[in-house]
Design a protein around this ligand. Structure first.
Ligand code: OOB
Length: 561
């Protein structure tokens, strides 16, 4: 338990700090926390407009109405409960952009079981960790996706984590090996009434981009997350006539909630699932479904702006393009409207909470040069120096934040919480920012030891630990290297053990990949060095390594080397 707040009380004890009572009361009184739950919200929407289409899954050819999604969530919840999944249980959900993703998470929300949002790119190291750390009762996978067989992955994870009781496969087509179960056979026929969670209860565990060896889990409540949804809807103009294209991986916080698929469902709007975010897949869907808004990371936004002028597809329905997850350059931002004919909204958000948007009525300069301002008048923003002293407006410093949808601590991480939160509950974002006189934030850099690879976050320490496991590696440091397309890539500096056989970079990458890591975490470049640069006090200077990585060279480009 951290120094701030009251712990969530669970049968097995305190799991994470939450908002102190006076804050919770204030957020409720201000109307931010509306006392809704996800299960209840879907039930209400289904009653209000049963026949409106909620989810379009073009790959499966399905169009589920609100009534159908609601009924499916009920049937699946009943089936899961028959199999012993209960309130408070954790279920690792690793599904791509398929309709079942929503069926599964709403079934779990209804029970009060907590989805743990894994990404399709995660492999046995990450999934094994999520399953064992959360003592997950179940793990939900597709049979296959992107040429990869998740049943093999689940078999490995199950062998390592014996406590994992169930693996459910969202695959009507694929074969489901024993003892795994097809989701389709889990659906019960009747509807069960369950007590379900309270609005202040945890709804799910989201993943942090992280800067430590193991990813941290982010506990979000129904009340707080729901506020980020309707707050985002108001700012992005989402109403029941909106059509949201979910182009990024559905489980990530950005496409989930900013305003994302869940924001769209909150508004009674339509979610169109995009199996891949490339223009050849996304553009025809925009035209066919009359998509009105979507969210992209900067590298994809660049690809879209390049592809749009020559496309035969009608993109005229697109009103808003949200770009975030990593810094969007001013030059690229300026190209959005001319190329796509829509309004750009920059989003600077984090799964821990705080989300900033440029507003639809901000002037062009503000939209292209800032990363927006917070959703809530009660999002408290501090920009501080290295000693936590507040800096004047316009000065660049560390961003600290506290507010009605920003967590007060990670899940089961008391020691880490003591470092990542101030005593009075401000989250240390690790971002280096500047506030403009209009209250907009400009992201100037990052103090956390992380690589932001086109929106995908990589904790340097996590990759370093895997490199250190190689028998020939004496020491390793991983830093960001600038990249014109992704913004950043990873460069690993490696010192080999004295007397070790020389290694090729490709062998190091292969070794890391073979340890069962998401492919985006495998270093793009590996460079062997004899020593690391040091600071005055003899610590390794990552700053110098970063400048070395940024040095223009005739180094070979990305490739097997
Ligand atoms: C989003 O969430 P996460 O949790 O994957 O990553 C958060 C971090 C931020 O702390 C910041 O370092 C970086 O991603 N970031 C940006 C940015 N948006 C996020 N850095 C510069 N400019 C931006 N526009 O990435 C996320 C969550 C909700 C909405 C949007 C993004």
């Amino acid at each position: 338990m951290s120094v701030t707040g009251r712990p969530y009380e669970h049968a097995d004890g305190p799991e994470c700090p939450t908002w102190p009572q006076e804050f919770a009361e204030r957020y409720r009184a201000a109307g931010y926390w509306r006392g809704e739950t996800f299960g209840g919200m879907l039930r209400e929407r289904a009653a209000a407009h049963p026949d409106r289409v909620a989810i379009v899954d073009p790959a499966a050819g399905s169009r589920w109405t609100y009534e159908e999604l609601d009924a499916r969530a009920d049937r699946l919840a009943a089936g899961l409960m028959e199999r012993g999944i209960a309130k408070g249980d954790k279920v690792v959900v690793q599904l791509p952009n398929v309709a079942e993703f929503f069926e599964v998470i709403f079934a779990l929300f209804r029970i009060g079981a907590l989805p743990v949002f894994a990404l399709p790119a995660h492999r046995e190291t990450e999934i094994g960790y999520f399953c064992s750390f959360t003592e997950a009762a179940a793990y939900v996978i597709p049979a296959e996706h992107g040429g990869y067989d998740y049943r093999d992955l689940a078999a490995k994870v199950r062998a390592e984590v014996p406590k994992l009781r169930h693996v459910f496969v969202a695959a009507d087509a694929g074969e489901v090996p024993e003892p795994f179960e097809a989701l389709s056979s889990v659906r019960a026929t009747g509807q069960v009434e369950v007590a379900g969670p309270a609005p202040g209860d945890l709804a799910f565990l989201q993943l942090s981009g992280g800067s430590t060896g193991a990813p941290k889990l982010i506990p979000r409540t129904h009340d707080d997350y729901m506020y980020s949804l309707w707050g985002s809807n108001e700012i992005c103009g989402v109403d029941q006539d909106s059509v949201y294209l979910c182009a990024l991986p559905a489980a990530h916080n950005f496409p989930l909630s900013s305003p994302g698929s869940l924001g769209a469902l909150y508004a009674g709007a339509r979610v169109v699932l995009c199996p891949r975010p490339s223009p050849d897949v996304a553009f025809p869907l925009i035209a066919r479904e009359r998509v009105t808004l979507t969210g992209l990371v900067p590298p994809l936004a660049l690809v879209w702006t390049e592809a749009a002028p020559g496309t035969p597809h009608d993109l005229s329905s697109l009103e808003v393009l949200l770009v975030g997850g990593a810094k969007f350059s001013e030059e690229a931002a300026r190209r959005v409207r001319p190329a796509l004919g829509c309004t750009l909204q920059q989003v600077f958000g984090m799964a821990e909470g705080l989300v900033n948007y440029t507003r639809l009525d901000d002037d062009e300069e503000t939209v292209v040069t800032t990363q927006g301002r917070p959703i809530s008048p009660d999002d408290e923003i501090r920009v501080v120096d290295d000693d936590d002293n507040d800096l004047p407006v316009g000065a660049t410093g560390h961003l600290l934040t506290r507010g009605p949808y920003t967590i007060r601590g990670y899940w089961r991480a008391p020691r880490h919480n003591a470092r990542s939160f101030t005593e009075d509950g401000f989250y240390r974002t690790g971002d280096v920012v500047r506030l403009t006189p209009t209250g907009h934030l400009v992201v100037e850099g990052r103090a956390k030891d992380q690589i932001n690879r086109g929106g995908e976050k990589i904790a340097a320490e996590e990759v370093e630990n895997h490199l250190l496991a190689h028998p020939s590696v004496h020491d390793a440091n991983v830093v960001a290297e600038p990249d014109p397309y992704l913004g950043e890539r990873t460069r690993a500096y490696v010192i080999l053990r004295a007397g070790a056989e020389p290694l090729k970079p490709v062998a190091v990458k292969k070794f890391v990949r073979a340890r069962g890591l998401a492919a985006y975490k495998v270093p793009d470049h590996v460079e062997f060095v004899d020593a690391f640069p040091q600071t005055g006090v003899g610590k390794i200077s990552k700053k110098d390594l970063r400048s070395d990585a940024a040095r223009p060279t005739d180094r070979p480009g990305p490739g097997p080397g």
